[in-house]
Design a protein around this ligand. Structure first.
Ligand code: AMP
Ligand code: GLY
Length: 423
């Protein structure tokens, strides 16, 4: 198979790494890719937003499958464009991607299909949103409805703070058009789990559950980031609970989208909170998670390309998706200053020191004079694996110890909630 993979982050590096292991693969093209991904295929300098160039390239190369990593091109209709040109796609069309790209759609959809989630109301009018705050008696979370690169969720402490947040989002438009509509929802509490599933629009196959660490500092302190580390599987989400989540959340979501004429093909991501009142959806995403993918794929035993093609061809029911025993853990090495301002172009050393129980996924790197340098906020995602989470973390941290770049920062406590304290 000739496969094109769209994207350039740590998630896409993990996808490239896994696809390259497939006996079904003839050639992998990565658009645009990153220096780490070049080891698994050919990087092609076409940007993810240039849909016309992507379609032309896929046709020229007789691509048998396109795999789309990030949400932005999916929300902008890249899958529709590729399908229109006769290219098979692992990734949803624009209408199905709305489950992530519009939080108002997503919440209304969950309520239409009785999928458990926090109580909410949606607003486009600032004054009406403020009046609603006065009328409810529970703590809230305020979300810009559109895509905001993971930054559009705000957790105010008081009603006055909540009004300020509404003003920032709806009046000052700090998240641009993403803030045209907002969702005000009840604040929930409990452990968080990411449960993703492969789906062809009808059948679903759950992946191993994982847990992200969104805050920049140890102990879950400091501002939110794109994700600083993850591990899988998650002890608070054993197989029996996965079955229940499939039955009550993921299957109803896939069935509901299909019933509404928006069949979802690809990776459906449910961000969940295990509350005292039962599991609730925090959000759906229309793609793999980052850094969740970097811990999920090392545990996948079945050929990823076989699964992705079966999803695109509507025959996932024929595929037996198997997982390895053991655990995986990822630790993100970020640029000094991230998630605020940071420098790029700093040389990275130690990447050549390989170990058998770890892999370094590139998240934001670039070549400067042929040398791998920092190129983004999240720079590397170092993944380790082993018999259990402790062994996986030890493998990841041992590998990190060999890598250096100026200002590097990473969390020392990934997995702390289950291991009890700083690891
Ligand atoms: P999101 O970008 O939607 O994943 O939200 C970012 C984070 O905000 C989540 O991982 C949760 O920690 C938190 N969050 C979002 N919605 C809620 C909610 N209704 N109650 C409590 N925390 C929430
Ligand atoms: N790790 C969170 C996300 O991919 O949205």
């Amino acid at each position: 198979m000739n496969v094109i993979l769209i994207g350039s982050g740590g998630r896409e590096h993990a996808l490239a790494w896994k696809i390259a292991q497939s006996p079904m693969l003839t050639k992998l093209y990565i658009l645009p890719g990153n220096p780490g991904m070049a080891a698994h295929g050919e990087n092609v300098p076409i940007e993810v937003g240039d849909h016309a160039a992507i379609v032309r390239f896929a046709q020229e190369k007789n691509a048998d499958l396109a795999v789309v990593g990030p949400e932005n091109p999916l929300a902008a209709g890249l899958a529709d464009a590729l399908l229109g040109a006769g290219i098979k796609v692992f990734g949803p069309k624009q209408a199905a991607a709305e489950i992530e790209s519009s939080k108002v759609f997503s919440k209304d959809f969950m309520s239409r299909h009785a999928i458990p989630t926090a109580r909410y109301a949606a607003f486009t009018d600032f004054q009406k949103a403020c009046d609603h705050l006065g009328a409810i008696d529970y703590p809230v979370v305020i979300k810009a409805s559109g895509l905001a690169a993971g930054k559009g969720v705000l957790i105010p402490e008081t009603t006055a703070d909540a009004q300020d947040v509404l003003r920032q989002v709806m009046v000052s438009r700090e998240f641009g058009a993403a803030g045209e509509a907002v969702v005000i929802e009840e604040r929930m509490s409990g452990p968080e789990v990411s449960l993703l599933a492969f789906t062809d629009g009808t059948t679903i196959r759950p992946m191993v559950p994982s847990q992200d660490h969104k805050r920049i500092f140890d102990g879950d302190r400091g501002p939110n980031t794109g994700g600083m580390g993850a591990y899988a599987p998650v002890p608070v989400c054993p197989p029996m609970l996965v079955d229940e989540l499939v039955r009550t959340i993921l299957q109803p979501a896939v069935d509901g989208l299909r019933a509404e004429g928006r069949p979802f093909v690809g990776a459906l991501y449910a961000g969940l909170m295990l509350t005292a009142g039962g599991p609730r959806v925090i959000e759906f995403n229309c793609r793999f998670g980052d850094p969740e993918t970097q811990v999920i794929l090392p545990l996948l035993e079945t050929d990823l390309l076989e699964i992705a093609l079966a999803c695109a061809e509507g025959r996932l029911a024929d595929v037996d998706v198997r997982w390895k025993a053991g655990a995986a853990a990822s630790v993100v090495m970020a640029s000094g200053g991230y998630p605020g301002k940071y420098a790029t172009g700093l040389p990275i050393s130690g990447l050549e020191v390989e170990t058998p129980d770890s892999f370094v996924f590139h998240a934001g790197t670039k070549l400067v004079d042929g040398k791998v340098c920092t190129g983004g906020g999240r720079v590397l995602c170092v993944t380790g694996w082993g018999a259990d989470i402790r062994a996986a973390l030890d493998a990841a941290y041992a590998r990190i110890g060999k890598i250096e770049f100026e200002g590097a920062q990473y969390r020392k406590d990934i997995g702390w909630r289950i291991l009890g304290g700083v690891s």
